[in-house]
Design a protein around this ligand. Structure first.
Ligand code: NAI
Length: 246
């Protein structure tokens, strides 16, 4: 029960890594707000979670929309009176090589992956400052650290997440708030499953552990950073990638 009574907002909680994080946090006693754009998928997953006897909230949000994010934070505070953990996990890809990428693709990915992380953190920060404590965990990617073929927009967005993490660690550390990032390697979720089989096999070959990550592997890293065990971990980018690049 490493998160007993902790209130956690998990964006992008309806699928993949975010869903695994919701499940993992519930196992550790957290009160979880699953925040996602995809209402249908969220309701499907929530039904399954409740069938297992767990309670969970769903608030529909578009992380790239300021009003929507404000509503998420307001409703969470109204119900629980506090926010202990924010997991900025929602993210999208829209791949194309440099010369083929159009400006809409570029903006779409930055809107969700950068503006979304900014808006959610900005909306939650005053509550955590008032509390004198809180944990903010942002999701970067191996692509943001090393670059990746066909991912100008995504790599830029995930590198920006690292820059924001370190900046907020400097600004919010003195307020008692831990800010860290997780940089997942290739993890078997909808995002990766839509790639061609031969590319997935090639990716596996680049991983020292010779296997792709499971959503729960990343959820465990979120859990560690959200727990009291990580109270002195700050401004850190935790690579959870099976040793893809060393
Ligand atoms: P996923 O595609 O399975 O899930 C993403 C979730 O975010 C979906 O439920 C989707 O509805 C939600 N979402 C998308 N746009 C949204 C918006 N505007 N507002 C609210 N929710 C929105 O993706 P996955 O693989 O679970 O990825 C989770 C995070 O991990 C993302 O930030 C991704 O960039 C990052 N990541 C994933 C890797 C992978 O190999 N799967 C590798 C490195 C990083």
């Amino acid at each position: 029960m490493r998160l007993k009574e902790k209130v956690a907002i998990i964006t992008g909680g309806a699928s993949g890594i975010g869903l695994a994080a919701c499940e993992r946090f519930l196992e550790e006693g957290a009160k979880v707000v699953l925040a996602d754009f995809n209402e249908m998928e969220a309701n499907n997953q929530i039904e399954k979670i409740r069938e297992k006897g767990n309670e969970i909230d769903f608030i529909q949000v578009d992380v790239s929309d300021e009003d929507s994010v404000c509503r998420l934070v307001k409703e969470t505070k109204k119900k629980y009176g506090k926010i202990d953990v924010l997991i900025n996990n929602a993210g999208i890809t829209d791949d194309a090589t440099l010369v083929k990428m159009n400006i809409d693709q570029f903006h779409r990915v930055l809107d969700v992956n950068v503006k979304g992380v900014f808006l959610c953190t900005q909306a939650v920060a005053p509550t955590m400052i008032e509390q004198g404590k809180g944990k903010i965990i942002n999701t970067s990617s191996v692509s943001g650290v090393y670059g990746n073929f066909g991912q100008t927009n995504y790599a830029a967005s995930k590198a920006a997440v690292i820059g924001m993490t370190k900046t907020w660690a400097k600004e919010l550390g003195r307020k008692g708030i831990n800010v860290n990032a997780v940089a997942p390697g290739f993890t078997l979720t909808a995002m990766v499953k839509k790639m061609p089989e031969e590319i997935i096999e090639k990716m596996k070959g680049n991983v020292a552990l010779q296997t792709l990550g499971k959503p729960r592997d990343i959820a465990n890293a979120y859990l560690f950073l959200a727990s009291e065990e990580a109270n002195y971990v700050h401004g850190h980018v935790l690579h959870v990638d099976g040793g893809i690049m060393m």
